[in-house]
Ligand binder design. Sequence first.
Ligand SMILES: [Zn+2]
Length: 414
Amino acid sequence: MLKIKFVSMKIFQVFIKFALIFLLSLFTSFSSDRPIVILVSLDGFRWDYLERGVSPYLTEIALKGVKAKSLKPQFPSMTFPNHYSIITGLYPEHHGIIANNFHNPFNKDSFSLKKPNVENAYWYRGEAFWETAKRNNIKTASYFWPGSEMNLEYRRPDYYHSYEHTLDYETRVKGVLDWLKLPDSLNPRFISLYFDETDSKAHRFGTNSKELNQGISRVDSMIRMLDSGLISLKIQDKVNLIVISDHGMTDIFEHTAINIKKILDSDTNNVSIVNHSSLGWIFLKDKSKVNEIYSKLNMNKSRYRVFKKQDFPKRFNYGNHPFIGDIVIVPEIGWHITDGRKWDGKYVATHGFDNEEIDMHGIFLARGPSFKTNYNVGTLNNLDIYPLLCKIFGISHGSKIDGDLDRIIHILKE
Ligand SMILES: [Zn+2]
């Protein structure tokens, strides 16, 4: 009796052992079959820079995959609002990052790109892709992306780096390749990577400068380095590589300045002006004066549009956020708000303007097993990248988003 019991126990143990091995192999092969996506952002890379003939590697990627005419940003066409729209599928008024710098007028807390403010999860609404992925047991990593260094572990990538503006680009690319060398159970399947070069060079030297063209070549060679690494790792054909930018760029001049203080004249003391250069917010000290001050700005307007917050046109999807000014000034493209200080010529191009303007548009290129090949499309909307990522990984997004998979699904292989 005891012997029979012992033998059946042994058989049971062997059965469990094989069942475990079988389950583990299922898991491993499932994990190996999971897609890999690398999302690279080239800050401020305007839609037409690809035509300058200084980014041959990006052209090669475009020929082998999908190339959009342009990528439409959200309003305002600024870095943080748009990177966070790309990774959440939400309008800035819904994800809360309504500018690169702003404050909560009700308690005076500030959001800025500096630490620790930039890490404070309080400002970021919605669900970023890394959080969606985490819910679905997919590991993610980020070599820089706005919102990736949040101070709540469950809301940020499994692997990430705090932003270091001067960190050399080769180290970033090498870091991404090192993540891909990790064993299957540890390696991230979604990786973001960010380079500021094209934004920084254009701000400083202008959109037609040789410095900018050198910057375009520099980021082009970083994509080449990344791709060579994928070839060495023998995973180039497994990786979906998406190269995008957050917004475009336009030149500004000394003579295209708008001096709001001059227009407000004596009323300057009754307001506080938040100057984003390509966007102006006016906060009133006495809210009952809104019609009076609005009329003054409207009657004297030149090269800008002015709206009371509640009348901000619906198509901007911006006017409902509680932290924007009581009155909003939207300069014409190329015109910028100044506080009357002398032009120093150190900031000669900018962005943030109306997102309908083609020069505010960025790029979208994608190559890999999930994408069609040699496929050119019109303008894509950057809100649709988040649902596209969910589709590639076969996972669903948790909450309501503003992006729409139906607008972009045609770029995927059937
Ligand atoms: Zn910029």
